[in-house]
Structures are given as structure tokens and as C-alpha cells.
Design a protein around this ligand. Structure first.
Ligand code: DP6
Length: 357
């Protein structure tokens, strides 16, 4: 069927991921290439996800547009969004060039509508879910044959951590060494079903927008931190290997230790930057103490904290220790503005897209 009023549409959702080995530093700011590899756990979409609908039609006029949480976003001046759209369009053009019967969707104006069910830019990795959902919605709209791994290369240009939200389970983003970034992609280290007992507790310490945005903060760190080179070149490569082994062997104590060490190392290079970057606050530090108390009481590591570019804590633990972990947090942090436990589960990419025809 064809006709100028036809609207082509695809909707998808993408999950949030929380890194246990942090990405903090770019070796190429235009292509969003990182100074080090990173590794994350994909969280359940039940309470943290971005929902995105992409549509195009001959009846749409004007430039491409994006509405995020009911507000129009200026995507014309966003180089990163433009890079994603350009890449996706060129892949669609290649399909159209091969098969003349395909509608020329690559020529049509795109309208994208997106919403998060959690605070945007509060250090809860909203840009990760956001760009992952945008890329997958348009890839589905264009019926692109690319795998999630190939799409991760596009999402990475939107926001580095977004490349890890295109897959479920335990996901590594390989920094790569090529200048064009073609080997800087995400890959699943293990599906969530490999270690389904993993749980993540999100402590929303603050839903305010974060002070220093990631992109600016990272550049300050790369340019000024004297500790950062050791982290990029020696510490992280060793930890990546160790934590991947811990995941394969379901060794929670090693997983927990490395997770906490890496979060602390990331915040240490932030503090070592000039001007210094502070993301943690007193409630964050109380959450760290609560984890230490729970681990001390248990006589082993049963939970691990990690913090992104904001004060919110994410606590990883195994289902069997839910009561001990929740108990410590209830008694140590009784007046937290709000906290909720969230189950991590396997996310199956490409399950949600559809193309109206
Ligand atoms: C602290 O992916 O938001 O959450 O590539 O500049 O968009 P840009 O940065 P972004 O940075 C995330 C940083 C982090 C650590 C992580 O998720 O690995």
C-alpha cells in the first residue's frame, strides 16, 4: 500500500544499565570513543525504561523532531542525535538501493516521541536507555537487519553508555583500538539467565538534575587527573578480566569487591580532577556505610554499592540475601526520600518493535 497519508511507525522500549566497571573518559569526543572498556548489568524494564515511538510519513513536513517527556527537544543542534539519525538513514538507503520495491522511508521526516518512567539526567543513566530506544525504534521502523551489537555502534555515538542498553544481562563495551571506532562495540558477556539471582536495589537519593554533566566531567578528568592514566591503562583492563571471570563463575564476593573498588576509583579520579568533581553526598556515604555494615554482619560480601555521575546508589546483591540487605537499609537509612528494590531480569532485544504497513 502506498499513499501520501500513510504513517509508518515502530515502538520499542529500552532498559537502563548500571556499570560495575565505569566508563569515564573519551579518547575521541566526536565519535564517543572511550579511554577504557566498561561492563554493566542491564536492569529490568518494569520500573526503569524509556519508551520510544518513531514514525515517518510523506504527510510530515519540516525537520526531524523529538518530543521527550512531553517537551520538544532541540535535536537539530544535537550533533550526537544527528550522527545517529544519519547513520540509520544511510543503512535504510542501502536497503532501498538493493530493493526498489521498498518505500523510500529514508527520505521522509522522522517524528520521535520518547518518555522515561524515571527522573531524566539524575545520574540514573537516562541517556543510555534514551539513545538505545531511539536507535532501536528507528532501526525497527526502517526494518534494518543489523544485530544489536551492530546497532550498539550507532547508539554509542548518541551516548557512550547507550551501547550497553541494547542487550540484556551482563554487557561489556569493548573500548576498541581503531580510530574509526568500528571495534568499539558492546557485547553480551552472559545472559541474565546465567545468574538470575542477581538483584539491584536503587536508592534514589536525589531526583534533581546532576551538577556536572558526564561529557564535560569526563573531559575535565581526561585533561587534568594525574591518577586517570593508571586507571585507563592498567587498573581497568585487569578488572575487566577479573569481573568477567567472576560473572562466568558466579563468584559474588569477587564481583562485589571489584564493583565497589571500581566505583571508588571512578569517584577518586573525579575528585582528582581540576576543578574537582563531586557526585557523592552524605546520603551516598551513609549508603556505603550501610553496605559495609551488612557485609560485616554477614562475615562476607553479600552486597556491593556503585554510584554513577550523581548521588544515587545502586546496590547489587543476590536474591538469597534480600532480607539482610533490605533490613540494613531500613534501619540505617530510615528517612531516605524513597527507595525501591528492583529485580534484574533478562531483556530480549528486538522483541518490541513493529512496523505498521
Ligand atoms: C558514570 O554515557 O552518559 O554512568 O558518552 O558523554 O553521553 P556520554 O556519557 P554517558 O556516561 C556514563 C558515565 C557513567 C559510567 C557508565 O555508565 O559506565
Amino acid at each position: 500500500m502506498s499513499g501520501s497519508s500513510q504513517v509508518y511507525r515502530a515502538s520499542t522500549t529500552a532498559p537502563v544499565n548500571i556499570a560495575v566497571i565505569k566508563y569515564w573518559g573519551k579518547r575521541d569526543t566526536a565519535l564517543n570513543l572511550p579511554t577504557n572498556s566498561s561492563l554493566s548489568v542491564t536492569l529490568s524494564q518494569k520500573s526503569l525504561r524509556t519508551h520510544t515511538t518513531a514514525s515517518c510519513s510523506e504527510s510530515f513536513s519540516g525537520p526531524d523532531s523529538l518530543i521527550l517527556n512531553n517537551e520538544p527537544e532541540d535535536i537539530q543542534s544535537s550533533k550526537r542525535t544527528q550522527a545517529c539519525l544519519k547513520h540509520l538513514r544511510s543503512l535504510r538507503e542501502q536497503l532501498e538501493a538493493k530493493d526498489a520495491s521498498l518505500p523510500k522511508l529514508s527520505k521522509l521526516t522522522l517524528r520521535i516521541v520518547s518518555s522515561n518512567n524515571f527522573p531524566t539526567a539524575a545520574g540514573l543513566a537516562s541517556s543510555a536507555a534514551g539513545f538505545a530506544a531511539l536507535v532501536r525504534a528507528i532501526a525497527d521502523l526502517y526494518e534494518l537487519p543489523q544485530t544489536p551489537q551492530e546497532l550498539s555502534l550507532i547508539a554509542r555515538q548518541g551516548s557512550g553508555s547507550a551501547c550497553r542498553s541494547l542487550m540484556g544481562g551482563y554487557v561489556a563495551w569493548r573500548a576498541g583500538t581503531k580510530e574509526d571506532g568500528s571495534d568499539s562495540i558492546a557485547e553480551e558477556v552472559a545472559p541474565m539467565s546465567h545468574w538470575p539471582e542477581m538483584r539491584a536495589l536503587i536508592l534514589v537519593v536525589s531526583a534533581e538534575k546532576k551538577g556536572v554533566p558526564s561529557t564535560a566531567g569526563m573531559q575535565t578528568t581526561v585533561e587534568t587527573s594525574t591518577l586517570a592514566p593508571a586507571r585507563f591503562n592498567e587498573i581497568v583492563p585487569k578488572r575487566m578480566a577479573e569481573i568477567e571471570k567472576a560473572i562466568q563463575e558466579k563468584d559474588f564476593e569477587t564481583f562485589a569487591r571489584i564493583t565497589m573498588q571500581d566505583s571508588n576509583s571512578f569517584h577518586a579520579i573525579c575528585l582528582d580532577s581540576w576543578p574537582p568533581i563531586h557526585y557523592l553526598n552524605d546520603v551516598s556515604r551513609a549508603a556505603m556505610s550501610a553496605v559495609e555494615t551488612a557485609n560485616r554482619k554477614a562475615g562476607k560480601l553479600i552486597c556491593a554499592y556503585t554510584f554513577d555521575a550523581g548521588p544515587n546508589a545502586v546496590i547489587y546483591y543476590l536474591a538469597e540475601h534480600t532480607h539482610e540487605v533490605a533490613g540494613v537499609f531500613r534501619s540505617v537509612l530510615p528517612r531516605l526520600p524513597g527507595w525501591e528494590g528492583e529485580f534484574a531480569e533478562q531483556i530480549r532485544p528486538n522483541e518490541y518493535g513493529s512496523l505498521d504497513s
